[in-house]
Design a protein around this ligand. Structure first.
Ligand code: MG
Ligand code: MG
Length: 261
């Protein structure tokens, strides 16, 4: 069953989503070779609690931390650890918060130091996939239109689209109906209408689409061990029928721009 949200509920999800963006911006300041993902996790947990919210992932299904940190061939659900990030790595940082009874959930894949051009292109194309997905998230369209747009753009660049993990509805639950696959057929699937809130999260592999789970019971990696990228926005169709992205990469990208100057 899909829970359609009122305007007031969507505003609460927006607050949660924006706090996730602010948290990721704090992390953006600290990401560099030598920093561990566990240090980033600690920073995120403190920042979230300082803002009167709870980490959304900590304890969710038994997950041990506040962030999912997925390095290089890790696709999603990586567990923070003490290993220092290295120059040339990429790391998907996925963060959830629970604020005022509603979740926010957003992810950004960061470059660590100097990343090779092939990998940088993977990140750009994956972010473009997310933008194309948002463009398809309009009242009257269907879930399949979103997945089709992502799949087409990724595959036309020679990349693999992960099948086993999908985006999702978002609200009082971190993972609500409907599922939002990153592949699909135009005009198929559930019809989108006002009040729906979706966490859309393309997971795109430099190589083949196949993935496997590590023995830690969480981390998903690419079977060919080539890098994978992941970006996630929370998107609502407002009660007036307009689409709005509730989360934001603005502060993250401001930090990244300042760092590169
Ligand atoms: Mg997420
Ligand atoms: Mg999600």
């Amino acid at each position: 069953m899909i829970f359609y949200k009122t305007g007031e509920e969507i505003e609460r999800i927006r607050k949660s989503s924006l706090l996730v963006g602010k948290t990721l911006a704090e992390i953006a300041k600290k990401i560099e070779p030598g920093v561990s993902t566990l240090a980033l996790d600690k920073l995120a947990e403190e920042f979230i609690r300082d803002h009167g919210a709870e980490p959304g992932f900590l304890g969710y299904g038994g997950f041990p931390n506040s962030l999912c940190t997925s390095v290089n061939e890790a696709v999603v659900h990586g567990i923070p650890n003490n290993q220092p990030l290295e120059n040339g790595d990429i790391v998907s940082i996925d963060c959830g918060v629970l604020l005022d009874e509603f979740y926010g959930d957003s992810a950004y894949t960061f470059e660590v130091g100097e990343v090779n051009p092939d990998i940088r292109k993977l990140l750009n194309v994956t972010k473009e996939c997310l933008d194309l997905a948002v463009q398809q998230t309009v009242s009257g369209n269907r879930i399949g239109d979103i997945g089709f747009a992502v799949q087409k753009h990724a595959e036309s660049n020679g990349y693999g689209v992960v099948r086993e993990l999908v985006g999702h509805g978002l609200g009082r639950g971190l993972h609500e109906k409907p599922e939002v696959p990153n592949y699909g057929r135009k005009g198929r699937g559930h019809k989108l209408k006002p009040g729906i809130v979706l966490a859309i999260e393309p997971m795109i592999n430099l190589g083949r689409k196949e993935v496997a789970q590590l023995a830690d019971g969480w981390t998903i990696i690419t079977k060919d061990k080539l890098p994978s990228a992941h970006f996630e926005h929370d998107v609502a169709i407002m009660t007036n029928g307009q689409t709005e992205v509730l989360s934001s990469f603005e502060e993250i990208e401001k930090v990244l721009k300042e760092k590169s100057n």
